[in-house]
Design a protein around this ligand. Structure first.
Ligand SMILES: Cc1cc2nc3c(=O)[nH]c(=O)nc-3n(C[C@H](O)[C@H](O)[C@H](O)COP(=O)(O)O)c2cc1C
Length: 182
């Protein structure tokens, strides 16, 4: 059984919607146990429980929200040094394209790397000229099919890596990468 935590912060609900789509994607892989929690609900035990983590934040001034940063500051005692080798990825909703959502993904990945997580991006195209190399991104609410597909693909890929590399189920690893888009 691979344990997946989808952890998010969200002020107006858009990153929360992305988180739900990421969770749907993860659940498409058999044998996943899933927790979907906001930074207000999650704690140290959730991080220790998870084999794989998808972390989402609204883009705030080009980086993660203060609540997401505070979450990691607060849990670092008791978590740091105990999660090395777990797998993690990022997602973000910003006000608009070019508003810094990929920078926010990178900021999230930086924090996760500091804890020793193995972080990844996704090379797949999930729509015309639409990919998630640094994590799933959306402008505002994830409405477009391709934005929703990016979230789902991120969650699915996380669950596939966890199943294949942590849970030892090699048959769950992804097949050929979709570089054409749907
Ligand atoms: C304090 C603050 C800073 C923000 N900074 C940015 C920004 O740098 N770039 C951007 O595109 N949007 C920015 N936004 C807009 C949010 O990223 C955007 O509304 C997002 O969709 C909100 O996600 P949420 O519904 O999960 O809170 C900012 C919003 C707030 C409240």
């Amino acid at each position: 059984m691979g344990n997946i935590l989808v952890l998010y912060d969200s002020k107006t609900g858009y990153t929360a919607k992305m988180a739900r789509h990421v969770a749907e994607g993860a659940c498409a892989v058999p044998g996943v146990a899933l927790r979907l929690k906001s930074v207000d609900e999650a704690g140290r035990d959730d991080i220790l429980w998870a084999d794989g983590l998808a972390v989402g934040s609204p883009t705030n001034l080009g980086v993660m929200s203060w609540k997401m940063k505070r979450f990691w500051d607060d849990v670092s005692d008791g978590v740091w040094g105990k999660v090395d080798g777990k797998i993690a990825c990022a997602f973000s909703s910003s006000g608009g394209w070019g508003g810094g959502s990929e920078l926010t993904c990178m900021a999230l990945l930086t924090v996760l790397m500091n804890f020793g997580f193995l972080v990844f991006g996704v090379t797949d195209y999930v729509g015309r000229q639409f990919t998630l190399h640094y994590g799933a991104v959306a402008a505002g609410e994830p409405r477009d099919a391709k934005e929703i597909a990016a979230c789902r693909r991120l969650g699915k890929r996380l669950a596939q890596w966890v199943a294949g590399y942590i849970d030892g189920r090699r048959e769950a690893l992804p097949g050929p990468i979709d570089t054409r888009g749907e």
